[in-house]
Structures are given as structure tokens and as C-alpha cells.
Design a protein around this ligand. Structure first.
Ligand code: R5P
Length: 300
């Protein structure tokens, strides 16, 4: 029996893309937010009929996670109650990964609490480049099996095809894991910067002497672009050092508030992201990688 694909928040083009690659059935879910903010969910008759003993795959990224999490948990509960065998979450962008320790006295370690909530609702999880920094595996906080997929090979291939003489730049120590691997795959040099963040919009970046790379095109790579301040502060330094205009690549295009406009204003050659979160800058397709992760759960 083919698995059944469901989604609450993902663009229909992305849902269709996954459905075609995975060769699964798809059914829309009727959902509605009541005036008081509560969620109504209904699986239409054709979906309900086919749920008994069936594997269900729910596709949704968790950018802006709070209003999405409760409806997704309710959806998992609903299909389970209606007979689904296993309910997996394909979550190209997994939220609440950055608060992975108590940085200051009294703080909540929200990545752990979020992991508990999702682990209770789903049977398995597939995601792309979750922000694993101090933790090395999702297994440290998730009690369900998970597949972590890296976008490195797709990013390296994109750069090889689109940028001549790239110099990869990682904005902070956390980024070294993916920037070094992408640079190796692309056969290009890389540098890692030092970053200090003292507030949501308050980022300081230290850029070393880059004189030997004056003829290279800087390619900034980060896992998440949220306020874009990490990239913008780096770009300001690159301009001061009379480097070429940079290409900015993010895996997850959160672009909170005015972040995208501000990044464009910083004077960049191009902004490119993976399609883990729908955004006009999506030019790197990670769906073929997602399929490999999903197949590990033998749903198709
Ligand atoms: C930090 O730990 C992440 O890897 C990114 O560098 C960070 O999330 C980027 O955030 P923003 O775009 O707000 O500077």
C-alpha cells in the first residue's frame, strides 16, 4: 500500500514535488482556525477510507513554529485514531534547535522540550541540516528514530555551476562543519569568521585579512538566515576590505521581518537558499535528498 502524504502549511508545489518523487498518495486536509485561535481539522472521506493500516507522512517545515505545532500534533493524533499504522514527520526545517543549553541562569532549554513534544506525536522524523552545534545527534533529545540529511552536496554543486573562483566564508565557529565540507566538495578555499551575538539584531563579526582572495567571489554560507544580521555584518566588512560582492547562501530561508530587504540593501551579488522553506530565493532543490531519508523508514 502506498503511503499517504498530508500537509497543513506547505506550498502545494512542494507537496506535489514530494508526491511525485516518492510515488505516494496525497489527500488535502480541511483545516480552519476558529476566531478564538483554536484549530479545526478534518480528513476528507477519500482520505479516511484509506487510512486503516496505512503509513502516513506529514510534510511541514516548522519555521514560525508556535502556531503550527499544535495543529500538526492534532493531525498526527487524528490519523492515528482513524487507523494509520505509522505517522512520520518530514520537516525540512526543524525549529527550536538553537537554545541547546542554559546560556544564562534560569533559562529553559527549549530544544529539549520541543523534542519531547514531537517525539510523543510522531513515529519518525526526517529533516535537513538541523542546527546541531553543541549536540552531535538528534538522538540526544529525540526519542523517535530520525534521519538528518545534509544539503552540502547540493550547495557545492550549485556553487560549482554558478560561481567562478569562490571563496567560502563561514560566519562563525558553528558553521565550520558545513562550510568546510561544502568547500572541499567544490574544491575551493574557505575561511571561518568569529562572531559574537549580544542581541537578536546585535551581531559583531571579526573578518581576518583576505587580501590573497581579492579575485575570488565571497560565498557566505549559513544554515539559517533569520534576521540576516550575521550575513549583513559580514558583508559590511567585506565591502570595507574591497572584496567582490558576495553570494549569500542559506539552507533555511527564515528571513524574519525585513531581513530579506535588509540583506539585499547590503549590496550582494545574489541570495540563494534551499527549498526547505518556501521563498523567492529558493534555487537549490533538497527534495531528492529528503526522499532518501524517508525511504529509510521503508514507507515506499
Ligand atoms: C547561528 O547559530 C546560526 O548558525 C546562524 O548563524 C544564525 O541563526 C543566523 O541568524 P541571523 O540571520 O539572525 O543573524
Amino acid at each position: 500500500m502506498k503511503p499517504l502524504l498530508l500537509s497543513l502549511f506547505t506550498d502545494s508545489s512542494h507537496v506535489r514535488h514530494l508526491q511525485e518523487l516518492l510515488d505516494c498518495d496525497y489527500c488535502t486536509v480541511n483545516h480552519h482556525t476558529f476566531p478564538d485561535g483554536e484549530t479545526y481539522l478534518q480528513i476528507p472521506e477519500e482520505g479516511v477510507g484509506g487510512l486503516k493500516g496505512r503509513d502516513v507522512i506529514i510534510l511541514d517545515s516548522l519555521c514560525l513554529p508556535n502556531p503550527k505545532t499544535v495543529p500538526l500534533i492534532f493531525l498526527a493524533e487524528t490519523v492515528r485514531e482513524l487507523g494509520a499504522k505509522k505517522v512520520g514527520l518530514v520537516c525540512p526545517y526543524l525549529a527550536y534547535m538553537r537554545q541547546d543549553k542554559r546560556f544564562h541562569h534560569g533559562e529553559g532549554i527549549t530544544s529539549t522540550y520541543f523534542a519531547k513534544i514531537l517525539s510523543n506525536a510522531f513515529d519518525w522524523l526526517v529533516t535537513i541540516d538541523p542546527h546541531l552545534h553543541r549536540r552531535i545527534s538528534l538522538d540526544e533529545i529525540y526519542t523517535i528514530p530520525s534521519q538528518v540529511i545534509h544539503a552540502n552536496s547540493q550547495i557545492a554543486a550549485w556553487v560549482k555551476e554558478n560561481v567562478k573562483h569562490p571563496l567560502f566564508i563561514g560566519p562563525d565557529a558553528e558553521s565550520e562543519q558545513w562550510v568546510s565540507s561544502i568547500a572541499n566538495l567544490a574544491g575551493a578555499p574557505f575561511v571561518i569568521l568569529e562572531k559574537t551575538r549580544s542581541g537578536d539584531q546585535d551581531v559583531q563579526v571579526h573578518v581576518p585579512d583576505l587580501d590573497v582572495y581579492k579575485n575570488n567571489t565571497p560565498v557566505l554560507v549559513d544554515d539559517i538566515i533569520s534576521t540576516a544580521q550575521t550575513m549583513i555584518q559580514t558583508i559590511i566588512h567585506l565591502h570595507k576590505k574591497a572584496m567582490k560582492k558576495p553570494v549569500c547562501i542559506g539552507v533555511h530561508a527564515i528571513f524574519a521581518g525585513e531581513a530579506y530587504v535588509n540583506l539585499i540593501k547590503a549590496d550582494v551579488l545574489r541570495v540563494v537558499t534551499c527549498n526547505t522553506i518556501s521563498h523567492p530565493t529558493n534555487d537549490i532543490d533538497i527534495y531528492p535528498l529528503l526522499i532518501k531519508g524517508i525511504r529509510n523508514f521503508k514507507t515506499a
